[in-house]
Design a protein around this ligand. Structure first.
Ligand SMILES: *Cc1c(COP(=O)(O)O)cnc(C)c1O
Length: 365
């Protein structure tokens, strides 16, 4: 039985999330005997030539898709985006030069609580006054040119807002792109460091992608534990210790899948169309609405609520959707309401099914 004959869920989970079916099928086909080695990728030595080529494919894929300049390293680390909340300040903060940070939701707040432990910082703008339903005007914030760096969360996974234009900064710009990496073209040279847990847009959990301008890694004091220094991982090409080999392999397949279909412009077109169809269905429903400012609506996490904020009705929506194969529509526990996560691997069929269901459910009342 191949996966194509297996019934697949309409998976709206926020992370870990849907992966492209062709990627899963290739992993299935190669699982037991990877490229004639007589073993799976999971069983290969990470020091073998064969695994080196997997790591190389993953790096090359990310580099091609984002057009990454040569003076940047692409790292595959562990510890999730959550470890990056600490690793970034430990490596990049310089005494007397407070970090400038934008507070746009739960993940920004988590990054801030780690900044408190190892750095000084200033919150330069926040959307907390309106329950994080918009992205603050970055031009209105007075950035300190001498800041150690500026930190943003490019897509707010829980509240469903997304930066469309990134701040122009003098200090290095650092972005948590966990939930929208590889969904749109980027000018990487605008950033000093980009990090992303893989489990939303680019692979399974257990891998964290870091893209860092090499010179920034030199700021880190040598006294910092070896594993926590970017310098270590740059020098050892993500192989200082055993990397998450299987996860890196899936990342390599995901990048090849995007490249084979037309690259970043293809994925941007697809994700934009899917998001706009879903928002249209919500706006037209009469029963539901999106609480976020229209121009800041996320193309990755579509957050919506019943107009009457009726929890019982929303639970019924989630339950009935599940019976139709639509999984993961309950909003995050800290935001409530409903959320459909529609990352790169989301299918048009799932969007059709959900849009149709929103219409029918609203009519039925
Ligand atoms: C999911 C998420 C995180 C947390 O990622 P982990 O890999 O679980 O640590 C951080 N930031 C954003 C924007 C996220 O979406």
């Amino acid at each position: 039985m191949t996966l194509t004959t297996v019934k697949r869920a309409y998976n709206f989970n926020a992370g870990p999330a849907a992966l492209p079916l062709p990627v899963l099928e290739q992993a299935q086909a190669e699982l037991i005997n990877f490229k004639g080695s007589g073993m799976s990728v999971m069983e290969l030595s990470h020091r073998s030539k064969l695994f080196e080529s997997v790591l190389d494919d993953a790096e090359t894929g990310v580099r091609k898709l984002l057009n990454i300049p040569d003076d940047y390293s692409v790292l595959f680390l562990q510890g999730g985006a959550s470890l990056q909340f600490s690793m970034v300040p430990i490596n990049l903060f310089q005494a007397g030069r407070p970090v400038d940070v934008y507070n746009t939701g739960v993940w920004s707040k988590k990054a801030i609580s780690e900044l408190k432990k190892s750095a000084e910082y200033r919150v330069v703008a926040s959307s907390e006054d309106q329950n994080f339903n918009y992205i603050p005007d970055w031009k209105a914030a007075e950035l300190n040119p001498d800041a150690s760096y500026v930190h943003i969360t490019s897509n707010n996974t829980i509240y469903g807002t997304q930066w469309t234009e990134f701040p122009t900064t003098t200090a290095p710009l650092v972005a948590d792109m966990s939930s929208d990496i590889l969904s749109r073209p980027l000018d990487v040279s605008q950033f000093g460091l980009i990090y992303a847990g893989a489990q939303k847009n680019i692979g399974p959990s257990g891998v964290t992608l870091v893209i860092i301008k090499n010179e920034l890694a030199e700021r880190c004091p040598e006294s910092v534990p070896t594993m926590l220094q970017y310098r270590t991982h740059i020098k050892e090409k993500s192989m200082y210790n055993t990397p998450p080999t299987f996860g890196i392999y899936i990342v390599s397949l995901v990048t090849q899948w995007i490249l084979a279909n037309g690259g970043i412009s293809w994925i941007e077109r697809e994700t934009t169309q899917r998001a706009s169809r879903l928002y249209q269905a919500i706006d037209a429903s009469g029963m539901f609405y999106c609480p976020n400012r229209t121009e800041d609506r996320s193309k990755m996490n579509v957050v919506f609520r019943s107009k009457t904020h009726d929890d019982a009705l929303e639970s019924r929506f989630v339950k009935e959707a599940e019976t139709l194969g639509m999984i993961g529509l309950k909003g995050h526990r800290s935001a409530g309401g409903l959320r459909a996560s529609i990352y790169n691997a989301q299918t048009n069929e799932a969007i059709d099914a959900l849009s149709q269901f929103i219409g029918e459910f609203s009519k039925k009342g």
